[in-house]
Write a protein that binds this ligand. Structure first.
Ligand code: AMP
Length: 434
């Protein structure tokens, strides 16, 4: 028979990895709690119509798309935002603003598998809906900073831009949306010359090309200064000036929060997803050339899903990539240690087959008291069972014998110290927990 393998792009998470995944998820949940984002759980399968409504061509072409048995066109979610937008446009329509919503779970994209790029991956997603003010954008940046920190990353940095700067120029130059998106996509891939050629072929002014060329060169860590220089450079384009002022205001608020956030502004930065309308950002770690998270402002999306006009800003963090970065920065061990409280584990061994029922009974008593208990299920002799528990670094063995049971007791063996004593069943949990 053929040896079965996982489907290309899909992975198994063995216990160590699964624990790290759940740990990172747990940190994401804690950040959501501290910032007041309430968790929602939406389906992994959504209608293709919904998922493709506002997705760019790139995302659309990479969906896991199929017909269900009822003949519906459905797909595995390639992002959370469409599901959240659906909810806000329907069920949550009349709820008071703002909404702070959090989701975490698996996402599916038919990407080309490589390090840090999978076809099934995990995201933690935060959406702040209802506010168009810069403090909302600043909150999303600060929350991301806080998450990366509490997850245990030692070094990471933000690349920030504003899609309105480019859009302002291209709109004033009368480029249609489709061409604008194509230009953005080229810029996103840093194919600047191709982008300029495309803009030129659309018949724009000489100033436009010159401005764009200078714009993609404008970047730096002195973020307020860069934002000012952008405003100066694009002075002929009113909407672009507004956008760079907005970016400056957001960055100023982040700086005033007194949180240390390692940021750089990149004026030529354009993110792939087409629905962004304002500030955009990505998070990177040194040595890993892939983004750990990305987000931005998308003020028109909810309307496009049939909801009331609702300005919104959000972020999606790549849980798998954070795990990778933690392993890279050797911070995973600390994270794992933190995740695993000093937990005592117990193996329960009946001394003969007739006591199997009592072994199960005692195991339930201990679990009800919060102790981690395994029952010997291999029918091994006492010595073999204890050897195995020792090898697996379990803390105690609880030996069920007739003589002790008559007195309502069992034998508790400390596997590290190699000492044992008879303990009343009701006291075992206390002894084990120390
Ligand atoms: P996006 O939804 O494209 O803005 O992506 C948000 C984050 O999800 C990225 O910054 C990555 O950390 C993560 N991500 C996106 N695509 C993948 C993938 N194929 N495999 C693993 N992580 C991914």
């Amino acid at each position: 028979m053929a040896e079965f393998k996982t489907v290309r792009g899909m992975r198994d998470f063995l216990p160590e990895e699964a624990r790290l995944l759940r740990y990172v998820e747990g940190r994401a949940r804690e950040v959501a709690r501290l910032y007041g984002y309430r968790e929602i759980v939406t389906p992994i399968v959504e209608s293709y119509e919904l998922l493709s409504a506002k997705a760019g061509e790139e995302v659309k072409s990479r969906m896991f798309l199929f017909n269900d048995l009822g003949g519906r066109d459905v797909a595995l979610r390639p992002e959370f935002t469409a599901s959240v937008a659906r909810l806000v446009a329907t069920t949550l329509r009349n709820e008071p603003r703002p909404f702070r919503l959090f989701s975490v779970g698996s996402i599916y994209r038919y990407d080309e598998p490589q390090r840090g790029r999978y076809r099934e991956f995990w995201q933690s997603n935060y959406e702040l809906m209802g506010s168009s003010r810069p403090e909302a954008d600043a909150e999303i940046l600060l929350l991301t900073n806080s998450f990366m920190q509490t997850a245990g990353l030692k070094k990471f940095a933000f690349k920030v831009g504003h899609i309105g700067v480019l859009r302002g120029i291209l709109t004033q130059e009368k480029l249609v949306d489709k061409v604008q998106s194509a230009v953005m996509q080229l810029m996103d891939k840093k194919q600047y010359e191709d982008a300029f050629r495309l803009v030129k072929s659309a018949g724009v002014s000489e100033t436009c090309i010159l401005t764009l060329r200078k714009l993609v060169e404008l970047k730096g860590n002195n973020v307020l200064d860069v934002a000012d220089r952008v405003a100066e450079l694009v002075r002929d384009y009113e909407k672009s000036v507004e956008a760079s002022r907005n970016l400056g205001e957001i960055l100023d608020l982040v700086l005033k929060s007194r949180c240390y956030v390692d940021m750089m502004v990149d004026a030529g930065f354009a993110r792939g997803l087409e629905y962004y309308t304002g500030m955009i950002f990505e998070v990177y770690v040194p040595g890993l050339d892939i983004a750990l998270g990305g987000g931005g402002r998308y003020d028109r999306l909810i309307e496009l899903f049939g909801g009331d006009p609702t300005p919104a800003v959000g972020v999606a963090h790549g849980v798998d990539r954070i795990m990778l970065a933690l392993q890279e920065q050797k911070a995973a061990q600390k994270a794992e240690e933190e995740a695993e409280e000093e937990e005592k584990t117990v193996l329960i061994v009946p001394i003969n087959e007739g006591l199997r029922g009592q072994a199960l009974q005692v195991s339930e008593v201990l679990r009800n008291a919060g102790v981690v208990v395994e029952v010997e299920v291999m029918g091994r002799k006492m010595v073999k069972a204890l050897e195995d528990a020792d090898r697996r670094k379990m803390s105690y063995a609880v030996i069920i014998g007739e003589r002790e049971l008559k007195k309502g007791a069992v034998v508790v063996r400390d596997l590290a110290k190699r000492v044992q004593s008879t303990v009343k069943i009701e006291d075992v949990a206390d002894v084990v927990k120390g």
